[in-house]
Design a protein around this ligand. Sequence first.
Ligand SMILES: *[C@@H]1O[C@H](CO)[C@@H](O)[C@H](O)[C@H]1NC(C)=O
Ligand SMILES: *[C@@H]1O[C@H](CO)[C@@H](O)[C@H](O)[C@H]1NC(C)=O
Ligand SMILES: *[C@@H]1O[C@H](CO)[C@@H](O)[C@H](O)[C@H]1NC(C)=O
Ligand SMILES: *[C@@H]1O[C@H](CO)[C@@H](O)[C@H](O)[C@H]1NC(C)=O
Ligand SMILES: *[C@@H]1O[C@H](CO)[C@@H](O)[C@H](O)[C@H]1NC(C)=O
Ligand SMILES: *[C@@H]1O[C@H](CO)[C@@H](O)[C@H](O)[C@H]1NC(C)=O
Ligand SMILES: *[C@@H]1O[C@H](CO)[C@@H](O)[C@H](O)[C@H]1NC(C)=O
Ligand SMILES: *[C@@H]1O[C@H](CO)[C@@H](O)[C@H](O)[C@H]1NC(C)=O
Length: 443
Amino acid sequence: MRFPTAITLLLGTIGRAAPSHFHKQPLLDLGAERTGPIPPSQDPWYTAPSGFESTAPGTILRMRSDPSNITKVASKCSSAYNILYRSTNAAYQPSWAVTTLLISSIADELNGTQPRSKLLSYQIPYNTANVDQSPSYTLSLEKVDNSQGGATSPLVDINNMLDRGWAVNVPDHEGPLAAFVAGPREGYAVLDSVRAVLSSERIPGGVNGTSYAMWGYSGGSIASMFAAELQAPYAPELTFAGMAVGGLVTNLTETYDLKNASPWAYLFPNMLLGVTAEFPAARQYLVSQLKVEGPYNATGFQAVLNLNTSDAQATYATQNISDYFVSGRAILDAPELSPVLGNNAYVGYHGIPQMPVFSYKAIHDDFATIQASDQVLERFCAVGANVMNQRNTVGDHISEISNGQPRALKWLDSALSGTLVQERTVFGCKTEDVTVNTTQGNA
Ligand SMILES: *[C@@H]1O[C@H](CO)[C@@H](O)[C@H](O)[C@H]1NC(C)=O
Ligand SMILES: *[C@@H]1O[C@H](CO)[C@@H](O)[C@H](O)[C@H]1NC(C)=O
Ligand SMILES: *[C@@H]1O[C@H](CO)[C@@H](O)[C@H](O)[C@H]1NC(C)=O
Ligand SMILES: *[C@@H]1O[C@H](CO)[C@@H](O)[C@H](O)[C@H]1NC(C)=O
Ligand SMILES: *[C@@H]1O[C@H](CO)[C@@H](O)[C@H](O)[C@H]1NC(C)=O
Ligand SMILES: *[C@@H]1O[C@H](CO)[C@@H](O)[C@H](O)[C@H]1NC(C)=O
Ligand SMILES: *[C@@H]1O[C@H](CO)[C@@H](O)[C@H](O)[C@H]1NC(C)=O
Ligand SMILES: *[C@@H]1O[C@H](CO)[C@@H](O)[C@H](O)[C@H]1NC(C)=O
């Protein structure tokens, strides 16, 4: 861990590197505030200025006040910004992404009185190949009491964080092509969003006076875990205080076999189109393998690109997604796709998390087996990662969203406050089975 000296804390911005010319662009807030939020596919703000490729990853390319009413929708949110920043795509080419930075009104009150600002990068599982479902656009439309099969709205978590005085970073980690489950793209987007918000001068502590951590559940666990795996080689200057991941999804194929033909089948057209979004040849091959006639055809499959989550859920519920392909389930093993799936859709192959990790998962997780995540975590631990692997005897993937939430927040609170005591075990993970059902009030 790097701790700033008292001098750097006091001197704050003095000696800060000159911001790039992109950074000096004015906040484009007035027009945006008048018009309100526009879907990303139609909003010209969602484009990178020419020449962005030559900037360093994490460079702010555009920034504006969030045009939505998110500061009214979220509690204790004094201001919110959209930041468009340089990042890297799944094909390792220069690209960009957008993040939303929410500033807590409590943090404003604490300005200067707490030793370090706190920032949580919160990866929402938006689970879609439709860019118009990106959180920067949909967040203000969320309903706090929205419950889908017991899942709580991301706004509940965000409000909990703002209530604690944390700044909250919500990256559109799938990027401008909504590359769902393209792990490296998601990880880079998270890391670069943290770089961007730390340099945005919107968080009092700035780069050196802020503690920051990550949190993600399910689809958000993929983005968070890839960020943790890629941090050391890609963003070595970042020092995360910790990462909490829930319902860790490690293996797209496994999840496909567990949840195909279920009410959650909509995930798979999204996954297959998302993972190929930044690989034109693989996308073209995927589409070429779709049937052209019958009830399960190319048109119906690709329609998901324009559906919101509730419509997608209803459209594909209980469908056998293999039926869309000429070769059926064998599409997942096609040599034309396997390099793309292999490098993008499996957690645990790109690096070792350098920060303390809190993993929480139901032993009976029905989207991704506990055995698969245990294996990945054990492998990390065998080479010195610091992991608390907490397994809940109660419930499944959906119930653990709310059952795990208080444990995750508590752990993140101690990580950000610098009071985390989590001893590293040299061989194997520290594993703990718990029995938690928050519905019974025994959290
Ligand atoms: C943060 O700390 C590093 C290392 O001490 C220093 O090189 C850098 O200039 C500091 N950055 C800012 C913005 O103060
Ligand atoms: C925020 O705006 C949305 C429409 O964009 C509207 O449905 C909602 O009621 C507004 N919420 C508040 C608290 O203003
Ligand atoms: C924090 O206080 C400093 C001066 O003490 C001020 O310049 C800065 O704008 C404040 N930041 C916020 C986010 O209120
Ligand atoms: C992913 O899960 C499938 C089962 O659907 C299994 O055959 C395969 O070995 C797993 N892959 C990895 C990399 O763990
Ligand atoms: C393709 O599937 C849709 C339903 O998703 C159906 O309405 C349409 O008729 C099908 N097209 C063909 C050519 O069979
Ligand atoms: C999803 O889209 C449909 C049709 O475009 C619309 O009626 C519905 O309100 C949308 N649902 C949400 C949650 O945005
Ligand atoms: C989907 O269809 C294939 C071939 O028709 C079949 O082998 C497979 O068992 C089906 N999967 C599910 C989950 O029903
Ligand atoms: C948690 O407890 C409630 C109340 O007793 C019960 O209805 C529910 O099924 C339990 N949840 C799980 C996941 O076991």
